[in-house]
Design a protein around this ligand. Structure first.
Ligand code: ZN
Length: 261
C-alpha cells in the first residue's frame, strides 16, 4: 500500500499563543490579537475546490471554535478530526481541564458535522503521554501530532495507549536542511512544490502524510493577507504537490482509513 493522507489543520487565522491564556489568538495585523477566522474560511473553500476537482478525500483537524464560526459546507465529504476547542496547548492543561476541552472539541465536531470524530492532531503539534492517554476516552483512535524521520516504509504504529500514530515525516533536502511535510514554508515562499514531491518519492510503501492549514491558503504569516494573484499561485502550488504525489502511485486516503489498512 502507498497511501497519501492529505491533512489540514482547520484553525483560527495565523494562530499564536497568548501568554496567560489557554485560548490562542491570531497574529496582530494592527487590530489586536483577537482570533480571526476569515482567512481560514476562505482557505477552506479553496482547499475543498482543489480536492473536489481531483476527487480526493482529506482529513481536516478542526478546532471547535473555528468550526462554529465558519461555514462547514462541503466538509461532510471528508474526515473531520479534533484540533482542540480554542487551539489550546493541551500539554499545559490539568487532567480535568484537558478533558473539559476535549469534551467541548468533540461535541463541536458532532454538532456541526453530524459524525463523531475518531482522529486527532494536537494544536501546535504539542503532545505528551497525558494527552495521548486521554484520547481513547473520547473515541479517538488515530493521532497525527508527531513528527517522524522520513523512511522508505512509514507505517502507522500502535501506541501503548491504544491509539494509532500516523506521523508527519521530516527529512533533509539535498543541501542538508531539515524539511517537514508541513507545507508552511511553501505558503511563505520559502519552498517549492517539487521539494515535497521529492520527499514522497523516497517512500516505497506505507503512509505519506502531508499537512497544511486552511488559513495559509489565504494569508501568509510574514506577508499578510494574500491578494487574488497570490491566492491563485498558492492554490496552484498545493494542487501540484497533491497531483504529483498521487502520480507517484499514492492513493489518497483519510487518516482513519489509513489506520486500519
Ligand atoms: Zn493548529
Amino acid at each position: 500500500m502507498k497511501a497519501l493522507c492529505f491533512t489540514v489543520d482547520l484553525d483560527r487565522d495565523a494562530n499564536i499563543p497568548i501568554p496567560g491564556k489557554a485560548a490562542a489568538g491570531s497574529f496582530d495585523r494592527g487590530d489586536g490579537a483577537e482570533p480571526r477566522f476569515e482567512s481560514s474560511e476562505k482557505g477552506l473553500g479553496t482547499l475543498l475546490d482543489i480536492l473536489s476537482g481531483m476527487g480526493a478525500r482529506a482529513t481536516f483537524f478542526a478546532e471547535g471554535r473555528t468550526l462554529e464560526m465558519i461555514s462547514s459546507k462541503g466538509l461532510s465529504k471528508h474526515e473531520v478530526g479534533v484540533h482542540g476547542y480554542d487551539h489550546e496547548d493541551l500539554t499545559s492543561l490539568s487532567g480535568h481541564d484537558l478533558r473539559v476541552c476535549m469534551g467541548r472539541a468533540v461535541g463541536s465536531v458532532c454538532r456541526t458535522i453530524g459524525r463523531r470524530p475518531v482522529s486527532f492532531r494536537a494544536p501546535y503539534m504539542k503532545i505528551d503521554d497525558k494527552v495521548l492517554e486521554a484520547l481513547p476516552e473520547f473515541g479517538i483512535r488515530c493521532d497525527s501530532s508527531m513528527y517522524a524521520p522520513l523512511s522508505e516504509s512509514p507505517m502507522p504504529r500502535r501506541l501503548p495507549c491504544g491509539v494509532t500514530e500516523i506521523p508527519v515525516p521530516e527529512g533533509s533536502d539535498p543541501s542538508g536542511k531539515k524539511i517537514a511535510a508541513y507545507l508552511w514554508p511553501m505558503h511563505e515562499g520559502k519552498r517549492r512544490p517539487e521539494e515535497y514531491v521529492r520527499m514522497a518519492a523516497a517512500v516505497k510503501e506505507g503512509v505519506f502524510v502531508l499537512a497544511t492549514h486552511t488559513w495559509h491558503m489565504a494569508e501568509s504569516l510574514n506577508g499578510g493577507i494574500m491578494d487574488p494573484n497570490a491566492v491563485r499561485r498558492n492554490a496552484e502550488d498545493v494542487q501540484k504537490v497533491i497531483e504529483e504525489v498521487i502520480g507517484l502511485g499514492f492513493e489518497p486516503m483519510t487518516v482513519s482509513e489509513a489506520c486500519v489498512k
